[in-house]
Structure formats: structure tokens, C-alpha cells
Design a protein around this ligand. Structure first.
Ligand code: NAD
Length: 259
């Protein structure tokens, strides 16, 4: 795939979609740095990555912290000598009606999913410009394209991430740096499992009803995506064959936004 020897960072790479992306990149020959809050799961993931024969490293990082974001990029380049791929994937959800939406949760969600992506891109750019190569993949969501009730911060952060993706593409174009936002529908991960429980509480219905009436209702294809499906798309977007795809989003939302 032409990715052998490249170096990538996956934020939130210790769980769910991020972990699947890290494994798929490693299988394609990429040395991967996992950046996550969770050290034990991060270290476990590193062991799985090393079993593919590539180099891997865990760096405990809170992407909302300016100094930690800078240290993640500097540490990666210090260790591996380069940085080719940045996957801004770390994320979380909070479900609440807007009049009750906790302001600190707003700050947290926007901080992780929008400001974190900005900070890491800012620090990655000088290295990618120097190399005349870069791939920035932002894991957005169908909620970067459409809204759902009770998700004010998540929907706002993901819409913002699509805007950031376009700016990165315009500024990166002359330096062979591309940026794409991937917009999945619901994916089978711990984030969705927690959300189903939260939505059940918010709507006053059972988890089974949340699955039928909330989760699967807007999707034309009535199933969850698997994390590996998202990961394969991300790997493709990192290849030379995808070098013309930039400043846009790729919806893999099971027909959600076809309505
Ligand atoms: P997950 O909860 O399984 O994993 C998220 C990871 O992000 C965790 O390991 C967590 O520790 C990490 N993280 C959270 N805050 C962080 C911070 N401040 N700094 C560093 N790491 C942090 O979730 P997931 O479902 O795999 O979601 C991954 C991404 O995919 C998120 O951006 C999410 O919005 C997006 N997404 C998920 C779905 C879905 O249905 N699961 C759908 C569309 C988009």
C-alpha cells in the first residue's frame, strides 16, 4: 500500500475505532504512536501492534492540554524521526437536553474533539511541511453533517471539525498534506454502548427501544458498523491512491444522510 516505514499518531487509540485504526495502520507497515488518557489499555494495544512486526509506542496524552499535545508531536518525531499520519480520533459523548447541558461537559467535548485536533495539527504541520508529505484524518461522525436532539456539544464539535478539515486542506495543499473527515454512523464500541444506556435514561425507554427507535432509526441499513470497517477506510485515505481526496468528508453512515 506504500505505507511501509511511515509514522502515524492515533489519538484515542486505546479503544474502539482508534484501536482498530492503529491495528490496520500497523498491518499496512506504519509505526504507530497511541495517544490516550488510559495507560493500561494503551500499553495492551501497543503489545498487539508490536505483534504485527512494526514499532509502536504509547504516550499518555490528554489532547485538550496544550503542553501535552505539543509533547506528543515532539516525542513522536524525536523517537521515530518523522510524522506522516495524524488521526484525530479521541472523543466522547454527553447526552442531555440543552437547558440542562452541563457547561463543563460542553467545554470538555469541544476541547477533546475540536480544540485537540487543532492543537495537534498545529504542531504536526511544520514536520509535515518539512517532509512534503502529510495525511490528517479527522474522525468526525454523521453528527458532523446532521443533528440529533440532546447532543449539543457533540454535534457542534463534529460540525466544527469538518470546517477545520477544510482549512487544513487549503493550507496543506502546497505541501502535499491532505485532510479528510470520516463521518461514520453508529459503530459498535464502548462509546455507543454507554450512549445507549444514557439515551435510555434521557428518553425514559429501554435499551432495546433505544436501539430500534433512536440508534438504527435514521440509518437506511439497520446495523451497527464494525470498527474495522472504519479503519480500512482510514488506511485507504493514507495511501498515495487517495492523494486527490482532501478538504472533504467521507460519509460511511449506512444511508443516514441520504434522507
Ligand atoms: P471509545 O470510547 O471506544 O474510545 C475513545 C477513546 O478516546 C478512549 O480510549 C478514550 O480514553 C480516548 N479519549 C477520550 N478523551 C481523551 C482525551 N482528552 N485525550 C486523549 N484521549 C482521549 O470511542 P469510539 O466509539 O471508538 O470513538 C472514537 C471516535 O469515533 C470519537 O471521536 C467518536 O466521536 C467517533 N465516532 C464514534 C461513533 C460510534 O458510533 N462509536 C460514530 C461516529 C464517530
Amino acid at each position: 500500500m506504500g505505507l511501509n516505514g511511515k509514522v502515524g499518531i492515533v489519538t484515542g487509540g486505546a479503544s474502539g475505532i482508534g484501536k482498530a485504526i492503529a491495528l490496520a495502520l500497523a498491518k499496512a507497515g506504519v509505526d504507530v504512536v497511541i495517544a490516550d488518557l488510559s495507560e493500561p489499555t494503551g500499553q495492551e494495544t501497543v503489545k498487539e501492534l508490536e505483534a504485527t512486526g512494526t514499532k509502536a509506542f504509547f504516550q499518555k496524552t490528554d489532547v485538550t492540554k496544550r503542553e501535552e499535545a505539543r509533547r506528543l508531536i515532539d516525542g513522536t518525531v524525536g523517537r521515530f524521526g518523522r510524522l506522516d499520519i495524524l488521526v484525530n480520533n479521541a472523543g466522547l459523548q454527553h447526552v442531555a437536553p440543552i437547558q440542562d447541558f452541563p457547561e463543563e461537559k460542553w467545554d470538555l467535548l469541544v476541547g477533546v474533539m475540536l480544540t485537540g485536533a487543532f492543537l495537534l495539527t498545529k504542531h504536526a504541520f511544520p514536520h509535515m511541511i518539512r517532509q512534503h508529505f502529510g495525511r490528517i484524518i479527522n474522525i468526525a461522525s454523521a453528527h458532523g453533517l446532521v443533528a440529533s436532539p440532546f447532543k449539543a456539544a457533540y454535534v457542534s464539535a463534529k460540525h466544527g471539525l469538518l470546517g477545520l478539515t477544510k482549512v487544513i486542506a487549503l493550507e496543506g495543499a502546497a505541501h502535499n498534506i491532505t485532510a479528510v473527515a470520516v463521518c461514520p454512523g453508529y459503530v459498535r464500541t464502548p462509546l455507543v454502548e454507554k450512549q445507549i444506556a444514557d439515551q435510555a435514561q434521557a428518553h425514559g425507554i429501554s435499551a432495546q427501544e433505544v436501539m430500534e427507535k433512536v440508534v438504527l432509526a435514521p440509518q437506511a441499513i439497520k446495523r451497527l458498523l464494525e470498527p474495522e470497517e472504519v479503519a480500512e477506510v482510514v488506511v485507504f485515505l493514507c495511501t498515495d491512491q487517495a492523494s486527490g481526496i482532501t478538504g472533504t468528508h467521507l460519509a460511511m453512515d449506512l444511508g443516514w444522510t441520504a434522507h
